[in-house]
Design a protein around this ligand. Sequence first.
Ligand code: HEM
Length: 426
Amino acid sequence: MSENAATPRTEIDSSVFNPFSPEFVRAPHDTWQRMLRDYPIAWHKELQMWVVNTHELCSAILKNNVFTPNFRMWEHAPPEKPEAEKNDFDKAFDHSLFTVSQKQHLKLRKLTMPAFSKPVMGRIHGKIEDLVTECFDDIGDAEEFDVYDAIANKLPVRAIARMVGVPTDREAFFHDFAVNLIMATRPNLSPKQRDAAIEGTLPGFAFFRELIDERRARDEPGDDFLGSLVGASEDGESLDDYDILAVIFALIAAGSDTATDLHTYAIKGLLEHPDQMQKLRDNPDLMENAIIELLRHGSMGKLPFFRFASEDVDFGGERIGKGQCILVNLSAAWHDPARYPDWDQLDIERRLDGNLVFGAGAHFCIGTYLVRVQGGLMISEFLKRFPDAELANGDGDIDYDYAHHNARRINRLHVRTHQNAARQAA
Ligand code: HEM
């Protein structure tokens, strides 16, 4: 028996960490700092999961294969449906990067690599640029606009649609597919609501199956993103239809919600730090570092990422049981004073090597190129078009979607452009 098994585990409850309270969503820093100091790892009695907070422990857990993101390993996971009852959603879920075995995950990451290569992504760049220009043209010369409505809620899903080759006249259809897909994986919905959302994804899966069939029927599947997935092969292995559907599923699930917060938190961070905004205007080469630092500093996660223990294991001085759920609290880790003594400063020149903004280990983010392109184009266009912008009424009349399942989702952020004053002065 382990030494740890004899000592009582460290426990917390909602009086220490309540991710659903509006106070926490608005101002999480005291909670994170307290947990970083007093509870590097603790069992949350109400959430029924371990909460891991420090940079060191979060990094270690992401790199340790004993901890898997496979939801089916959870001790409270609902029973799997019999094979004959599975629909396209269930089958794509079975093939997902978060569900498959480690061996299968490695194979999927290898085979999907060409689709994320520089040449393929380079061709997507122009399409995203058009999209960003359209968003800002729609804002036009408005004196005030809402970053959430005008940018954050519009760009990410359409960027993924363009990435996977959805024709522009089907973007609204793709948007419905994406919304249903995200709802279908929300643990905070009732089974009835989740089933309705799953049903709503089926036309989208049928649409992509047709696109894949059409590519497979060609002599050459094409050199764009979808063609690269259809044509991928290594050591006699290739991706089947459900592997490809699962990649599209993962892009939507992991890449649309996160990028929504990227846009709001980036503009908020820059407008709250005019010195850093000026530095970025003067040195556009800092853009890539600035995006990562804006994400780190804004820390948009509420319940960031999960792992499940595949066996009983001693970790961080605690005994974690097989099947137990672990919250990898990256939002706290990004503000760990042991890693970043000046964690509350936004410094776009900060040295960020070894940061955990896009995770670590086998499941490291696959979408960093799209984040750089989408975020970089949006910020550059914003700086160019609105040189005198500021947050309306000091805080942008900020509001949050308190019911959001995993993010501190800003759903209102008003920016005053002062374009009329600038025009009159000119
Ligand atoms: C601001 C934006 C983003 C942030 C902060 C972010 C962060 C992360 C993190 C921390 C992980 C690791 C998750 C884990 O270990 O459980 C991850 C994984 C992933 N991300 Fe991102 N991400 C962002 C945008 C995107 C975009 C735009 C895409 C798609 C185009 C994307 C696709 C993925 C996928 C597919 C995975 C899973 C990879 C795997 O399991 O092998 N992400 N991301």
